[in-house]
Write a protein that binds this ligand. Sequence first.
Ligand code: ADP
Length: 186
Amino acid sequence: MIIVFVGPPGSGKGTQCELLAEHLGVTHLSTGELFRIQMESGSQLGTIAASFIDHGNLVPDHVTIDIVSESLGEAQFNVGCLLDGFPRSVPQAQALDALLAENSCKVDLVLALDVDQKTLVDRMLARKRKDDTLETIQQRFEAYEKLTRPLLEYYQNREILVTVDGNGDIDTVFEGIRQAMETAKS
Ligand code: ADP
């Protein structure tokens, strides 16, 4: 089963993906983490990614699509996986559809986390990541509204989108995700 997590910055996708991946026994692929690993290693890809991430911008689609294509393999196609933070734009979603189709797979479910704006900002400022200044946070919200929100309609039209309330504590949100998955199955 291929599950895509969508949510604004700070919505807790990473935390919930980890819990759900363990619960389902599948792997969890986070493009944010992939980029952070590259940035820490000082690779050329990391330098390119940092020039976008540090200003609150999305890394260009072709760079992101390449790194995901390299990271997905037999295990993910056969057993399934959770995609955290990818796709983040309609062109990325189209590229993912093509990649999955080549491997006789498709996106089965899209979980969209819905969180109030104030909670998002508080959570991001609390985690004190380098790209979490007020200025970059604002820019990331703008990028989310412009590039990522249209994805919700893209998946809604395919009737695979389920929205989950992400405002509560970690356990409450996870329970909402489990219920949403049960509903989606039936
Ligand atoms: P958050 O969910 O708080 O935005 P992530 O760890 O998912 O944090 O991502 C960190 C940054 O990595 C994003 O702000 C963005 O610049 C970049 N990034 C992650 N995934 C993608 C993607 N699919 N396309 C483009 N940029 C991405």
